[in-house]
Design a binder for this molecule. Structure first.
Ligand code: PPE
Length: 304
């Protein structure tokens, strides 16, 4: 990965090499930590802007609240710290990773006195599923791993440990020659990918899985709104894997993956095996929004 000069840690900027932690860091052992993934885009003459920064920081606090972790900063402080980290590192475009974790001092599961620590790192990160995938679509396989059951993991929180399930799914399908894993919920309905939400399009209707067992993606919310503004009917409902096979179009959304078209699922072409017209239109709208080219959505941008 590309490195930068500074990382924000527990209230101050420190050098990249100093942003370290002890091996007895509680989160390292048990996975109770929460994080965010945010992107900052180069908006040309307008400078750089972080996309939906307040919403991401709010979700970080929601995640911490669900996990009974008290973040020793305010939301505004972390918003400011994010912008400061980007500015200090002179980054025009980057991926931003705020992380709240339980530090060292107490072991064992209970550990009520383990300190809550916060770091914010930012670094340049290109397309998550490849430029080729963004342009032409990716090949997806349904994982043999089930996505979290709602009473085993509270999926409204973006918890570090939840990603073991995602990593297993991702490794499984990449080893089999595919690009990304699609996961079903505990009742067999389509949930989400290892790190993205999913949309399908059929007869002009844009559908995404309901929030029951998936992360409430900020990109998902953005795309639902943009699709609605483009005049498409948008629905949230459960659907099955064969509905993905027979969709006219399908795509993934996520901060890292942006809007990545799906061209194939389980060796079946989706539509004619290329990004469809609605997918392409929405992808163009998404990139216009994040790059500050939709004045009606300036409220989504925090200029650096
Ligand atoms: N579901 C999951 C499981 C998920 O991890 C993400 C984001 C989403 C949906 C989409 O959420 P949003 O970014 O708010 O639209 N995944 C992050 C982590 C990726 C990684 O490899 O790390 C991301 O996209 O930043």
């Amino acid at each position: 990965m590309e490195t930068v000069d500074y990382i924000w840690m527990d209230g101050a900027l420190v050098g990249w090499d100093e942003a370290t932690t002890h091996v007895l860091t509680h989160t390292l052992h048990y996975g109770l930590g929460v994080f965010e993934g945010i992107r900052c885009y180069d908006c040309g003459d307008r400078g750089s802007a972080v996309f939906r920064l307040e919403e991401h920081i709010r979700r970080l606090f929601d995640s911490a609240h669900i996990c009974q972790m008290e973040i020793p900063f305010t939301q505004q402080q972390l918003v400011d710290a994010t912008l400061e980290t980007i500015r200090t590192n002179k980054l025009a475009a980057c991926y931003i990773r705020p992380l709240c974790f339980l530090g060292e001092g107490q072991m064992g599961l209970y550990a009520p006195d383990a300190p809550v620590r916060v770091s914010i790192a930012a670094w340049p990160w290109g397309s998550y599923l490849g430029d080729e995938g963004l342009a032409n679509g990716i090949r997806v396989k349904i994982s043999s791993f089930t996505r979290h059951h709602v009473n085993a993991a509270m999926t409204k929180a973006k918890v570090c440990g939840y990603y073991v399930n995602s990593i297993l799914a991702k490794r499984e399908v990449v080893a089999a020659g595919y690009d990304e894993a699609l996961m079903l919920d505990s009742e067999g309905f389509v949930a989400e990918a290892s790190g993205e939400n999913i949309f399908i399009v059929r007869d002009g209707v844009v559908t995404t899985s309901p929030l029951t067992a998936v992360l409430g993606g900020i990109t998902r919310a953005t795309l639902m709104q943009l699709a609605h503004e483009e005049g498409y009917e948008v629905r949230e409902r459960r659907f099955t894997r064969d509905e993905v096979y027979t969709a006219d179009e399908a795509f993934f959304t996520g901060t890292a993956a942006e809007l990545t078209p799906i061209r194939e699922v389980d060796d079946r072409a989706v539509g004619d095996g290329r990004p469809g017209p609605i997918t392409q239109r929405l992808q163009a709208r998404y990139f216009a929004a994040v790059r500050g080219e939709l004045p009606e959505h300036d409220e989504w941008l925090s200029f650096v």
